[in-house]
Each structure stands twice: as structure tokens, then as C-alpha cells.
Design a protein around this ligand. Sequence first.
Ligand code: NDP
Length: 255
Amino acid sequence: MRRLEGKVALVTGGASRPGIGFAIAKRLAEEGAQVILTDVDTSGVEESAAMIREMNLSATAMRQDVSLQADWDQVIERILTDFGRIDILVNNAGILDVGEIDSDGAVAGLKRQLSVNVEGVFMGTQAAVKAMRAASQGGSIVNISSVAGKVGFRGSASYAATKGAVKLMTKSVALETAAEGIRVNSVHPGIIRTNMAAEGLEENADNYAAIEAVIPMGRLGEPEDIANCVLFLASDEAGYVTGAEFVVDGGYIAQ
Ligand code: NDP
């Protein structure tokens, strides 16, 4: 039996390829989950779902802006109507604004990131907890934070503020839901080869080489590295794991 047979999973931010959300959705589907991918990029997320279906796996696309309560209400209602349940939520959608504390537009950037990276994860977690509680069948919520939610990086003050918030809201909710079998954990990727990283590093080969030189494993992470960790947390194999933080970074912040 596959590891997620019979489970229904929602993954946000699934349009980007290469992207962490798409890799997670594909991995969960490979293990038997019925996956729903959402994103603000409507055509991109539809293509992602179609690519997974081409592998003879189950995937549905929905448009969603995670920073809007109305979109959460709509998506969860549609999932419950169409699939009858929600077992797994991966709060993956996120945005990155790079800039030092005194850079132009830093406060506006902070507000943008707070609405997606913090309010989005908060509303999603709340919506999933309500649905999971109503079904009394437990569940797994995985929040994608960052190594920037664990240690400081120059130029990341506003992003770090949002990712640190994700780490601690995860633990607080985990305490509230532990007795009901609803597990809530955070994953902290290092630098992963996606569209976001390409923008952050401005597609410059020297920048990539400089980063690889300081990663103990000598390479950037691939989206699949994160997907495999999320799969474990989503599965019943992680049945005793909640309120925990998982760093997946090739040893980067162990130094
Ligand atoms: P990408 O930018 O490649 O993909 C993110 C996806 O989320 C995009 O499709 C984006 O759409 C979508 N999105 C943005 N805003 C919203 C919104 N309001 N509602 C719904 N969807 C939205 O990022 P990654 O795959 O690299 O990152 C995924 C997660 O991992 C993020 O939370 C990120 O912070 C985190 N992370 C990434 C790291 C990395 O090195 N790549 C390192 C550490 C953490 P659009 O492109 O149209 O904006």
C-alpha cells in the first residue's frame, strides 16, 4: 500500500516550476494522495495539475490567493464538497522581498510578505483545523518556513520576520490540536533551486557557485529534497511528531 492512500491533500503555491509546491504535490500524489494544488497563477497551477495527471496520478487545480479569507473559505468548501475530507494541508505559498532594513520600500515589502507568508499560513491553518476537527479523523499540517526563520541573514529582515512567525505559530497550534491527532510541523528549507531562488540570486552563475561553496554538502537543494521531508510529515509514519521544526539545507545552518 502506498503511504498516503485514501488521503486528501491541499498544497498551496503549486504553479511554480521548478518550485517546492509542485514537487510536494507530485510526491504526495505518487504515494496515493488525492492532491489539490492552488495558486494565484491560474494557468500555471492548471498546468501543474495536468502534468501530475499525465503520470496517472490524482491532481486538481484551483485558483487561490492565500492572503484572502474568502479564497480560503471557497477552497475548503469545494474540497469538502468534491472530496469529502481534508487530511493534509501544506502551507507552501510564499513570497520573498530582499533588502536591508533601510532600503527603499522595506516597510511596504514587509507588509506584502506578512499578508502572504503569515496571514496566509494563519488563515490556512485555521481553516484546516476547523475542517479536521469537524471530521474527528486527525490530520497533518505542514508549514513551509525557511532557514531564515531560524538564523539571521543580511538583507532578509522582513522575510525572516515572516518565517520566524511561521515557526512559532506552528508550535502554538500544535499544542492546541495535539490531543485530537492533528499534527502541525514546520519545514525550513535551505537554498533550493526554484524560480524564487533564481530571482533572489538573479540567475548569476557566480552567485550560485558562491552559495554552493558554503553549503557543507556542496550543492543547492532540489525541490524534491523538501518534498521527501514533507511526505514523511504528512504520512502516518510521523504519527508521534508534532510542533517540530525540520531543517533541510545540506548542513548550511549547522555551522
Ligand atoms: P516560488 O516563487 O518558485 O513558488 C511560489 C509559488 O507561490 C508561486 O507559484 C507563486 O505565484 C505562488 N504565490 C505567491 N503568492 C501567492 C498567494 N498570495 N497565494 C497563492 N499563491 C501564491 O517559490 P519556492 O517554490 O522557492 O518557495 C516555496 C516556499 O518555500 C515559500 O514559502 C518560500 O518562502 C519557501 N522557501 C524557499 C526557499 C528557496 O530557496 N527556494 C528557501 C526557504 C524557504 P507567483 O509566481 O505568480 O507569485
